[in-house]
Ligand binder design. Structure first.
Ligand code: THU
Length: 129
């Protein structure tokens, strides 16, 4: 359980832009230096141009020179209501693997319970060059 990350993710969730799916997602990414960057999904009329919350948070952090990450908390749900776990999509898992170590933690919250998974658990045998 990480109340600090949850608080920041919940605040960001209100800023999710999801007029097409009405599925709101927020991610709070903790860097090794303790700083936290949030991201939300940003949908687009051309659906495939939609940006996921996880990649938004990662890009915001990288833009500030951060490259060493510890954990990410992800929440999401229809109309912003958190009732189920919201694990990251395959593209986000791959993008996280560009920067994050195998033991990077992904924390999921469904409104009452928590799950913590490592990046390796979510992306076994991931592609690298
Ligand atoms: N979404 C995310 O933000 N992250 C994921 O890992 C999965 C999906 C968003 C994209 C879209 O705006 C909405 O959830 C429904 O797919």
């Amino acid at each position: 359980m990480n109340e600090t990350l949850l608080k920041q993710a919940k605040a960001a969730l209100q800023n999710a832009y999801a007029p097409y799916s009405c599925f709101y997602v927020a991610a709070a990414l903790e860097c090794a230096d303790g700083s936290v960057f949030t991201g939300v999904n940003v949908e687009n009329a051309s659906y495939g141009a939609t940006l996921c919350a996880e990649r938004g948070a990662l890009a915001a952090a990288v833009a500030q020179g951060k490259r060493d990450f510890v954990r990410m908390l992800i929440i999401g749900g229809k109309d912003g209501n958190i009732t189920d776990f919201c694990p990251p999509c395959g593209i986000c898992r791959q993008v996280l693997s560009e920067f994050c170590k195998p033991n990077f933690e992904i924390i999921l919250y469904n409104g009452s319970d928590w799950r913590t998974l490592t990046l390796t658990q979510l992306l076994p045998e991931g592609f690298t060059l």
